[in-house]
Every structure is written in structure tokens, then in C-alpha cells.
Write a protein that binds this ligand. Structure first.
Ligand SMILES: *Cc1c(COP(=O)(O)O)cnc(C)c1O
Length: 364
């Protein structure tokens, strides 16, 4: 079989070592003679596993004691409804939704079912490049209870590198959708009240959703669906309904793999290296271009186009034929997107650049 490099945005590529371990475990996990998918989530074996995963996650992300880790069903989109219903106890409360791309806008749209939400657009066109306003210029509303934003817009390839520490955030509950950037770098958890992420981008296979939440936010209410109700997830150790055990288990293997690789500081250096290689090549070519301002270029979702747009389709066809999977940009914006999460080795990025050079030579 030819060597495949998988650039899918999510579900995304997993480390080979992890898949080999899962393969080994598949018919006989933990010496039980069966797979992890066939045992009770309430068994001692499984609970021992989830406790270990929690410990590893706490040490990897350096999560303070004042926070709790939950795993929820429903993906990141489930959290779009869970956030307003869990945090606000009154329909008349308001929230601020910072919109810099598709996913933050989707979160805003869903929240409107549950509260008055203000949409605050932070994306600007700056000499034909997309740029994000700096945080101190985000015009938050005085009486909003929480502010929601997305540090990495997976579809557009826009990342916000600032921490939410400017004065305008004072006294607000700060919520971040970290779905596509979690575990790619160290996070100052203490600057946030709630961090959530669907695991299928940078943690594991689709299924569970990670929530890191400040302990003082478990509030009683009568409207949140029970499976998304934080107090309930807490009470049942994230097992109110049957959790997606395989996703949980495999995410645990990836977390262990990441610790072994040297943790988040180390992986962040590698992620910078990979992204720089690709952006540098795109910038100096007179054939490809990226339209995101340098301050906001995503390290993990790299979007670009060919100056002659008719060539995009040829690029996608030829690259696929040669083993570069899923380079097609999201349907909403078209073009090309290379998602290079933690599991993508530097070699994969170098190979992609080699292909890009070859393609340019052929058609440029
Ligand atoms: C993929 C993604 C989502 C949606 O995730 P689901 O788990 O499919 O609901 C939401 N936000 C961001 C930033 C994403 O990348």
C-alpha cells in the first residue's frame, strides 16, 4: 500500500503508535479476554482507566485543583446548548458571543434559543488579509453574564493567540471552544471558567467531549437536558448515560502518547515548526496564497488557494492520487486546507511541500 498522509480536519489522523497499541488490545484488553467496547462502563477495570486518564490530563494541561474535568456526549455542538442553559438561570440574562469565524457563529446562533445573546464581530479585512481585533478592543456588554469565543476557527484557519486577561473581561464568565486547538500548546487554564472540546480533532476518535470547568459553576437549573446538565455529569462521574467508551479509551492512549513525547511545550514547538515550514513556502511562492494576517494564522488548520483558482481541483485530484488525503477546504469557503494536528509528523508536512513544488512546476 502506498504511504498515506491524512490532512483531514476532523475526525483526524491518530498517532500510529496509538493505533498499533489499540490493535494489540482489540481482542483482549487488560487481560479480560474481550475488547474495551464490550465491558461495563461501571466495571472496576474501566473506572480505573478513566481515573488514570483524568490524572494524565491534569498533569499534561496543568489543571488547577479549583477545576473539574467532565466528559459529555453531544460533541462540541452539544455544548453550544449546554453552556447557556447551565450558566444562565434566567431567560432575561444576556451573553456575549465573539464571532471570528464559522464555529463561533454557530455557537451564537444556538445560544439565541436560550438567552439574549450579543453578536460581536471581531474579524476585519486588513489590506486583503483577515485579521482578528485585539482583545482589549472587543466591545463586551456591561451586563452580559458570560463571554464565549473560539480560539481556533477550524474552517477558516484563524487562531487567536492572546489570553483573555484585559480589563473588559473582568467579572465575566469566560468560555472557550477549544475543539481544534486543545493539547496543541500549554493553556493558562486559570484565565478561563469553562473550556470545552470535541475530542475528534486533536485528542482522539469522535465520541466524547472534554469539559474543564471551574468548580463554582455547578448551578442548579430545571431546563438543561439531563445528559448535558453539568451537575448531573459531576454526580455520575460523566457516566449518566452510557459514555462512548472506545473514544474515551483511545483518547487516553493519545494523552499518554503526548506525555511520552514530552508534553505540551514540546509539541507546541513542533507545531510551530510544521506551520512555519508550510506558511513560509506558501508566502514565498508566487503560485499559492494564504489570506490570513500573520498574527492570526492557525498553527493547525492551514488554508490556502492557488492564485489561478481553476487549478484548485487539479491540485486536489493529483494530491489525493499520490496519497495526500482530505486537502479539500471546507465546502463553505472552498480552496485547500491542510490540518496538521499533533499526530502529523514533520515529514508529512515536508512531503506535502514537495508535492506543492512539483505541482507548481507542472502548472505554474
Ligand atoms: C469541529 C468543531 C465543532 C463541532 O464539533 P462537533 O463535535 O461535531 O459538534 C465546534 N467547534 C469547533 C471549533 C470545531 O472545530
Amino acid at each position: 500500500m502506498k504511504k498515506i498522509y491524512n490532512f483531514n480536519a476532523g475526525p483526524s489522523m491518530l498517532p500510529k503508535e496509538v493505533l498499533l497499541k489499540a490493535k494489540k488490545d482489540l481482542l483482549n484488553w487488560n487481560n479480560l479476554g474481550v475488547s474495551i467496547m464490550e465491558i461495563s462502563h461501571r466495571s472496576l477495570d474501566f473506572i480505573t482507566l478513566t481515573n488514570k486518564i483524568e490524572k494524565n490530563l491534569i498533569s499534561l494541561l496543568n489543571i488547577p485543583k479549583s477545576y473539574k474535568i467532565l466528559f459529555s456526549p453531544g460533541g462540541a455542538r452539544g455544548q453550544f446548548s449546554a453552556i447557556p442553559t447551565n450558566i444562565l438561570n434566567n431567560w432575561n440574562n444576556t451573553s456575549d458571543y465573539i464571532v471570528g469565524g464559522y464555529w463561533s457563529n454557530e455557537a451564537f446562533l444556538e445560544s439565541q434559543k436560550y438567552c439574549f445573546s450579543n453578536k460581536i464581530n471581531i474579524r476585519k479585512n486588513f489590506y486583503q488579509k483577515q485579521k482578528i481585533l485585539s482583545m482589549k478592543n472587543w466591545k463586551l456588554n456591561k451586563d452580559s453574564k458570560y463571554v464565549h469565543y473560539c480560539p481556533n476557527e477550524t474552517i477558516e484557519g484563524i487562531e487567536i493567540f492572546e489570553d483573555p486577561i484585559s480589563e473588559n473581561f473582568n467579572n465575566k464568565i469566560i468560555v472557550g471552544d477549544f475543539s481544534s486547538t486543545i493539547l496543541s500548546k500549554p493553556i493558562n487554564i486559570k484565565y478561563y471558567d469553562i473550556i470545552y472540546a470535541g475530542v475528534q480533532k486533536n485528542i482522539g476518535p469522535p465520541g466524547i467531549t472534554l469539559i474543564i470547568i471551574k468548580k463554582n459553576l455547578f448551578k442548579k437549573n430545571k431546563i438543561t437536558p439531563s445528559i448535558l446538565y453539568y451537575k448531573n455529569l459531576l454526580k455520575y462521574d460523566s457516566m449518566f448515560n452510557t459514555p462512548v467508551t472506545f473514544s474515551w479509551y483511545l483518547s487516553g492512549l493519545v494523552i499518554k502518547w503526548l506525555k511520552k513525547k514530552g508534553g505540551l511545550k514540546k509539541i507546541n514547538i513542533i507545531n510551530h515548526k510544521k506551520a512555519n515550514l508550510l506558511y513560509n513556502y506558501i508566502d514565498k511562492s508566487d503560485f499559492y496564497f494564504n489570506n490570513i494576517h500573520k498574527n492570526n494564522r492557525s498553527l493547525l488548520n492551514i488554508t490556502f488557494n492557488i492564485i489561478n483558482p481553476f487549478l484548485n481541483n487539479f491540485f486536489l485530484k493529483e494530491s489525493k492520487f499520490l496519497g495526500f488525503l482530505s486537502l479539500k477546504g471546507h465546502n463553505l469557503i472552498g480552496g485547500i486546507r491542510a490540518s496538521i494536528y499533533n499526530a502529523m509528523p514533520i515529514k508529512g508536512v515536508k512531503k506535502l511541500i514537495t508535492f506543492m513544488k512539483y505541482f507548481k512546476k507542472k502548472y505554474g
